[in-house]
Design a protein around this ligand. Structure first.
Ligand code: GN1
Ligand code: MG
Length: 341
């Protein structure tokens, strides 16, 4: 799936200030296909680097993303490890190529990740990592950040987009997914529960990660935790950050007991983030349910619109992802009493 040549890569990295890569001998690269939004390459010489281009269909102003990242990583660096972006010859931490594509590079973080971990002590560890992340950013002024994807976890807007996609039915796919559409629509009322509380100031706005998947936590060789994929770090709700993480664990972990996953994550998360308000703590299960439905709705909408947002690996990929999440939402419903206990 790699569609870039080594000569193009070397041309891009020329723009970053001197690094061991500039020996240009023995450089090899491979595409890392974990993300569904940006293109990511691992560059190898005697050092390793990550080179990424930002998807401008998703991030309309990529320079704003980099401005946020400079502020966030600067703040995080005061209390521990974070991503180190390489400076460019132009004085920025990014380079824009002739086609207008924004490229950035950072030092590869050697360590362990937790893809498909099923071990409860690992899950607690991931929870603790994201909890501590929120804690480390709790004294960062969120007004400094640009809203790089407006309404990113504003669930009702995704439901509105689904209604619109069903009405337009650009690809003529709606009739094949009637059950999924009906399943999602039944949650139309639930969708605004958390955003309403945020609007009414019942739930505080905090700086959160907003894409808290297990694969974004790296335990470095020095034992320090580094959280990556900081593009969507923005003001948001703790409960959605919590919920998206448990959603990702329940979806991708080899372990399939969602109540045990939820409890293990909750224990680590609460230890890491310190005091939450009673309203926040009481709504952690709602965050899990909300984020599961929200992502399911986003995938279903993208399927109806012709797979224009998420990288789709094959025809029907986004529908399959949506179905999987709706199955999880149903399971959350079935286990609700145990989750709110
Ligand atoms: C996208 O590309 P990736 O995997 O980091 C998406 C998240 C979804 C995720 C689902 C900016 O993130 O919101 O949860 O896919 N990011 C954006 O895997 O839309
Ligand atoms: Mg991401």
């Amino acid at each position: 799936m790699t569609d870039i040549k080594l000569t193009e890569i070397t041309e891009i990295i020329e723009n970053f200030i001197e690094t061991p890569l500039h020996s240009k001998k023995n450089i090899s690269f491979e595409e890392l296909a974990h993300g569904r939004i940006n293109k990511t390459y691992l560059l190898k010489t005697h050092h390793r680097y990550i080179l990424q281009s930002i998807n401008t269909n998703v991030f309309k102003n990529p320079a704003d993303v980099m401005q946020n990242l400079a502020l966030i990583t600067g703040h995080l660096r005061k209390t521990g490890t974070t991503i180190n972006f390489l400076p460019c010859k132009n004085g920025e931490i990014y380079h824009i190529d002739k086609e207008g594509v924004l490229w950035r590079m950072y030092e590869y973080i050697y360590g362990d990740t937790y893809n498909s971990s099923s071990d409860f002590s690992d899950i607690k560890h991931i929870g603790h990592a994201y909890g501590s992340f929120i804690h480390r950013l709790s004294d960062f002024d969120h007004n400094l950040l640009t809203d790089v994807i407006p309404n990113f976890h504003n669930t009702p807007t995704y439901f509105d987009a689904l209604y619109k996609a069903v009405l337009q039915d650009k690809m003529g796919r709606a009739r094949h997914v009637k059950n999924e559409i009906d399943f999602a629509m039944a949650y139309g009322g639930f969708a605004s529960l958390l955003t309403d509380m945020q609007k009414n100031k019942k739930m505080p706005t905090r700086v959160v990660h907003n894409d808290s998947k297990m694969g974004n936590v790296i335990t470095g060789r020095d034992g320090q935790i580094c959280i990556i994929d900081l593009d969507t770090v923005m003001p948001g709700l703790v409960v959605t950050d919590f919920g998206d993480a448990v959603r990702s664990l329940a979806n991708e972990s080899a372990n399939n007991d969602i109540v045990l996953i939820y409890n293990a994550y909750r224990e680590g998360f609460l230890k890491g983030c310190g005091a939450l308000t009673d309203i926040e703590t009481a709504h952690l299960p709602h965050g899990f349910k909300m984020m599961t439905l929200e992502l399911g709705v986003r995938y279903l909408t993208d399927y109806l619109e012709g797979d224009v947002y998420f990288l789709s690996l094959h025809e029907g990929n986004n529908l399959k992802r949506a179905k999987h999440l709706f199955k999880l939402a149903k399971e959350i419903e079935d286990k609700w009493e145990e989750l709110v206990r």
